[in-house]
Design a binder for this molecule. Structure first.
Ligand code: CTP
Length: 386
């Protein structure tokens, strides 16, 4: 395989994004450059480094292109969002880690070479100018060509243990190999408990990014993490694959994977919507047993009432696949045509009796196949709650 020449990569980025032509002598760095040189389609995120003043560059971009400018005063960085593009602009910086796992101390401006040296992997340490000029960490272009993930120095994972998880994400998503020495360093870092020094929230964010990848990619990345010695991840490929196959199209797989792999939301992780994760993690084997014990469709309906799709899928994978399928394909879509107000109109006083009668109509609909408003109403009215 060959790499896309830098001029061609820059030209493709220019064709994809209106931002590039407005960058002046700033550099594009990180994933956008890596992917452009691999010939992969451009995403909508750009990381830009200005040699002198990133915030001033961002203001200039905003003046030229419009969109929304957000200045992050604390970090001396800024983001411009325009035309669906999100452009993070920083001043070229040098970083020093006061202690392992801590956030780095930053000095700006620094030469671009210093800015490249502080990065995670050589393939992410390549800078490209809009005119096609390229500046790369030594060996970076060779690693990109041979599809290899290599850290820039031996203390990289100790300095920033989130990189252990980024390694897995890139390995799985890009299908890259891991450099032999880098793999050894990753094992050592896990064995030494490096992730604990970065704090749960930062590690959690990286794992969540991995889980948000395509399911196959996420599973592969999780397996790599396990094999390198990551703690707290239960990875049963077959179970994850079966559960994922049950999940209805269009639902993200992340919550299901998190429930299966971590058994819930680990302490200190920030999950925007934890409901489906917690529900799916609630004794899936027990739920599977209840689903298997359901004799009639209405039994299964009762067992899964109020439960999320994630819970049904994970329980399904724990040995209740036919039941989960029938619930997803059929049972969960069944809705009565009548409502409580129809029963009130028919003379039933508001109260718990209404619920019991509706329940009976639904049971007959599910188990006996009655259909239509009249049949439902007749079933409800004929029922005498005990
Ligand atoms: N970076 C780093 N160490 C980290 C996080 C980020 O060195 N812990 C650097 C890398 O050079 C990375 C760049 O910052 O390429 C931008 O980070 P990010 O936006 O997270 O990744 P992308 O490069 O955009 O890659 P992708 O979106 O494909 O993950």
């Amino acid at each position: 395989m060959v790499l896309t020449p830098p001029e061609t990569a820059a030209a493709r980025l220019r064709a994809a994004s209106p931002v590039i032509d407005a960058l002046g002598d700033a550099w594009i760095v990180g994933g956008a450059v890596r992917d452009a040189m691999l010939g992969l389609p451009a995403g909508k995120d750009l990381d830009v480094v200005d040699p002198v003043d990133g915030v001033a560059r961002a203001r200039e971009l905003h003046r030229l292109l419009g969109g929304v400018l957000t200045v992050h005063d604390r970090f001396g960085t800024a983001t411009v969002t325009v035309d669906g593009w999100s452009v993070d602009v920083a001043t070229a910086r040098a970083e020093r880690y006061p202690r392992p796992g801590a956030l780095p101390e930053v000095s700006v401006p620094a030469p671009l070479t210093e800015d490249l040296v502080r990065r995670d992997f050589t393939v992410n340490a390549i800078a490209l100018r809009p005119d096609g000029e390229v500046l790369a960490f030594p060996g970076a272009l060779d690693d990109l060509l041979t599809r290899r993930l290599t850290v820039l120095h031996p203390s990289s994972f100790r300095d920033d243990p989130t990189r252990l998880y980024r390694l897995a994400r890139y390995e799985a998503r890009l299908g890259f190999g891991v450099d032999h020495e880098t793999e050894g360093l990753a094992r050592e870092a896990f064995a030494a408990g490096a992730p604990a020094t970065a704090g749960a929230a930062r590690i959690g964010n990286e794992v969540l990014l991995l889980l948000a990848e395509e399911p196959e990619v996420a599973i592969r990345g999780l397996e790599l993490l396990r094999s390198l010695g990551a703690d707290g991840l239960e990875v049963d490929r077959e179970l994850l694959r079966r559960a994922g196959a049950l999940l209805p199209d269009g639902l993200p797989h992340g919550p299901l994977l998190l429930a299966a792999v971590c058994g819930g939301v680990p302490d200190g992780w920030h999950v925007e919507n934890p409901g489906p994760v917690l529900d799916a993690a609630r004794d899936p084997a027990g739920l599977a047993a209840e689903m298997r014990a359901a004799v009639k469709p209405s039994d299964l309906h009762r067992v899964l009432r109020g439960r999320t799709a994630e819970a049904a899928a994970l329980a399904g994978a724990h040995g209740a696949e036919p039941q989960a399928r029938s619930w997803f394909d059929d049972i969960r879509h069944v809705k009565l045509e009548i409502r409580g107000e129809d029963l009130v109109a028919a003379g039933i006083p508001p109260g718990p009796e209404i619920g019991a009668k509706l329940e009976e109509a639904l049971r007959k609909r599910l188990d006996e196949g009655i259909s239509g408003r009249d049949a439902e109403l007749a079933a409800a009215l004929a029922h005498v709650p005990r």
